[in-house]
Design a protein around this ligand. Structure first.
Ligand code: RP5
Length: 258
């Protein structure tokens, strides 16, 4: 199992270079990403998406987003904790600082939680029945047109195995027991939605289907997916996956002896 070290060493490559709608990042040179490196002129814009503000749970009962004030948030739900247990630094007004460094954007962007937003990623593979080559069940994300693992956010209080199975069902239309899947990664995700004060951390599990199990499933693209398909794990396909998914899948390829 891998603990977020390699992904953090990417120093927010995607978080600095990709911007979803509404994001306007200021440039952060590679040698100024670390909070430990002084960057006197650093003046990122602040952005929190309207749908996040509308779901502020202090304004809308049952809302999925934190309060606008991080101090109020952490007074309510306690200090944020990382999946890896590593410490989180805070700025002078109580905002948690992205552990992989500066992203060129302040606020929460599209993410509901200050600090870590927890996700789960089910990597489901098979060997192609004709070629014998390993394949990943991958989705084409509707929000950005990138191929990805069919993962999603962990609901409040939800067990990760439940999230993995729920997301796989929602995105791929397939019911799979993920309780026996193997943990391959826990930690930071270099997601294009990351900001200086909100980021994604994921629990990634792998399940390899034998030919009989693989032939029984009939994937159907769910709500957030435009397309779903078995994707050959070629270097080019893996390299172009969303966020840190290339890295997660490379761990799995090693498990499969590739
Ligand atoms: C990535 O975003 C995670 O690895 C996970 O795959 C995904 C969760 O976000 P949504 O798919 O719910 O947008 O960072």
């Amino acid at each position: 199992m891998h603990e977020g070290i390699a992904a953090e060493s990417l120093v927010n490559l995607k978080a600095r270079s990709e911007s979803p709608p509404g994001y306007s990042r200021v440039p952060v040179p590679a040698d100024r990403v670390s909070w430990a490196t002084p960057f006197d002129d650093y003046a990122p814009n602040t952005y929190t998406a309207p749908q996040v503000l509308e779901n502020d749970l202090s304004v809308r009962p049952g809302g999925w987003a934190d309060e606008a004030d991080p101090v109020q948030t952490f007074a309510r739900r306690g200090a944020p904790r990382r999946l890896t247990g590593r410490p989180i630094l805070f700025d002078a007004v109580g905002r948690p600082l992205n552990p992989a460094g500066r992203t060129g954007l302040a606020g929460r962007g599209l993410l509901g939680k200050w600090g870590p937003n927890f996700a789960a990623d089910p990597i489901v593979t098979r060997f192609n029945p004709v070629t014998g080559e390993p394949e990943l069940l991958a989705i084409l994300r509707k929000d950005n047109g990138q191929w990805a693992i069919p993962g999603g956010m962990v609901d409040f209080g939800e067990d990760v195995s439940t999230t993995l199975a729920r997301e796989f069902h929602e995105e791929a239309g397939v019911k799979l027991d993920m309780g026996d899947a193997t943990l391959v990664y826990v930690g930071y995700v270099d997601d294009p939605r990351s900001t200086d004060h909100a980021w994604i951390e994921s629990t990634v599990k792998h399940k390899h289907l034998d030919p009989a199990a693989a032939s029984r499933i009939e994937p159907v693209a769910g709500d957030d997916a435009a397309v779903i398909r078995w994707m050959k794990l070629s270097d080019a396909n893996v390299a172009s996956l969303y966020a840190s998914h290339s890295e997660f899948v490379r761990h799995v390829m090693k498990r499969l002896g590739r």
